[in-house]
Design a protein around this ligand. Sequence first.
Ligand SMILES: C[S@@+](CC[C@H](N)C(=O)[O-])C[C@H]1O[C@@H](n2cnc3c(N)ncnc32)[C@H](O)[C@@H]1O
Length: 661
Amino acid sequence: MTELIWDGKYGPDGKKTSPVRLALPFQDVETVNESAQTRNLMLDLFARNQPGEWRNRLIWGDKKYVLPSLLPEFAGKIDLIYIDPPFATGADFSYSAEVPVDLDKEGEQGISFTKQPSIIEQKAYRDTWGNGTDSYAQWFYETLALLHELLAEDGNIFVHLGWQVSAIIKCLLDEVFGLDNLRNEIIWQRFNFHADANRFGTVHETLWYYVRGEAAPFNKQYMPVKDSLIQSHYTGMDADGRRYTLDNPTAPAHGKTGKSMRFGDKSLSPPPGAMWRWKQENIDRLWAEGKVVFNESGMPRVKRYLDETEGTAVHSIWTDVRAINSQAAERMNYPTQKPEALLERIIKASSNEGDLVLDCFAGSGTTAAVAEKLNRRWITADLGRFAIHTTRKRLLSIPDVRPFVVQNLGKYERQAWQSAEFGEDDQKAALAQARYRKFILDLYGAQPLNGYNYLHGLKAGRMVHVGSVDAPVLPGDIDAVTEEFWKAVGTDSGAATNSVDILGWDFAFELNEMGKQKAAAANLNLTFKRIPREVLEKKAVQQGDIRFFELAALDADISCHPGRTVSVTLKDFIISPQDVPRDVQAAITHWSQWIDYWAIDWDYKGDTFHNQWQSYRTKKEPRLQTSATSTYAFPGEHTIVIKVIDILGNDTTKSIPVNAQ
Ligand SMILES: C[S@@+](CC[C@H](N)C(=O)[O-])C[C@H]1O[C@@H](n2cnc3c(N)ncnc32)[C@H](O)[C@@H]1O
């Protein structure tokens, strides 16, 4: 076999560098569109450790961790894979966000701004391109190796690439899937023209279509017959106006002698060197349908009616699918979004209803949206927070979208990182914890503080608490911090104020406001800051790029009405606007402009956030509802959880107890 070699393909031991194979459990962050009955059933099955019903899955994470984590459940079970990975520019990671200028002016144009790639996204970009095509080839090779394991024996895979890298990746595909399993090189002509100064205008992208084995299904696809073909070929017309073309029923005989066949009451031999294309029973059927006619030389011809044709078979050059234009209804404002018509063709051609489709570079969620509409099951992942949010909104806008779950690798990814970085020996767990805390305190610019259980550091006269990797900061932690703080005051701890910074990976829903109120009652000033996921990335840490942002604050009113009816009204929302350009900040005159989407779980059960109602901005409807009402089936205590996603894709959650009577 011809082999492509790149720097890094083989390690010093002469063995191929293999992908990360750590399989981590997925955490459910949110379920969407699930009925209350199904939710209860799922909770029940979960409690009895039994598998629940299938849920489509939207996963926030790097394919490097997501793909190996899918292996235990899905190795050999994916029917169709479509991937559209980043293939050239940083544009793959930046996106534009929009704020409506004035909520009271209908149709007002919003201000768009480009959100620069986050550290995680930049890191992924460096992983991919840091060492040019060498690192890109390695990154891709590892992806393909895992995808090969996930693909079913009769599975199909489409790899979508730009012309810049398509030749390199073809060699990798041959190596992983085998040249014999190449079904097509598809050229997708995106544009009609492209202005390139010193070369032919580049108007296409490439899709490599491979299978894992012979049995992979293929459903022929057709496109409407072009007008020009109708005019040139469908020249016959019946008295009732039906257009037809005449088909020649012979094929080359390749040295054999063609047998004679009956056409009505005539027995006819094929012309010399030819044979009849059909069996006698097919000819009899066409004859009975009145579709056989004779030309001037007495040779039979078969009428092919235009209204009976499935269309023109699609070949390997696709010119009939256009790139998404700026006004298209499906446009999500995602720079690399692909048209639904493209995915529709791929999914229809190479899978059947109920099949499982995977795309680990979701972007705006085109694959999942089309799979959903075509009644396939789907799993899609992306490392970009905004991609996940865009996909969620897109799926929600599909009428009757089936329930799906939003997942990440959350605390498992952090635990894996913690043990790799700070040790996992049970005997030395306390030491490992101390090393972990010191690491976070260093990044935060705080000095470690010894002798306390909950107060771990000191920064500019403020005490600092560092949350653990595997649990959210809980109200109990706040009580403990408060208690310990007052014990420490008056000692030589060094605290100059009554302030504590609480650093956490996750926070209990109600913690921000409730914790602050509780602490204020104890005369303590608390600030909650999120430990950013960038902390897990060595390079980001080395570069000192880590920023700890304060949690957004959300205020909402609940009003209870007779008949077990409850209304939620958003009252205020404050975010730290560091990521937003100044002109955009200046254009924001009302707090609700920071909000892109919000959702309510009316009856939170302490498991996963269950999205039962939502309002979000779309191009067509940029206005947001700021209140919602629901009626409970039974009176009593319930917990309402509100989740807000801001225009940058970050979420803030708040829980409020209600007593519906
Ligand atoms: C070309 S775009 C996909 C566009 C998509 N086909 C659509 O129609 O919207 C590539 C996507 O891959 C994501 N991505 C890049 N590297 C990744 C990685 N290592 N793991 C997961 N997603 C990644 C980017 O965030 C981006 O959304």
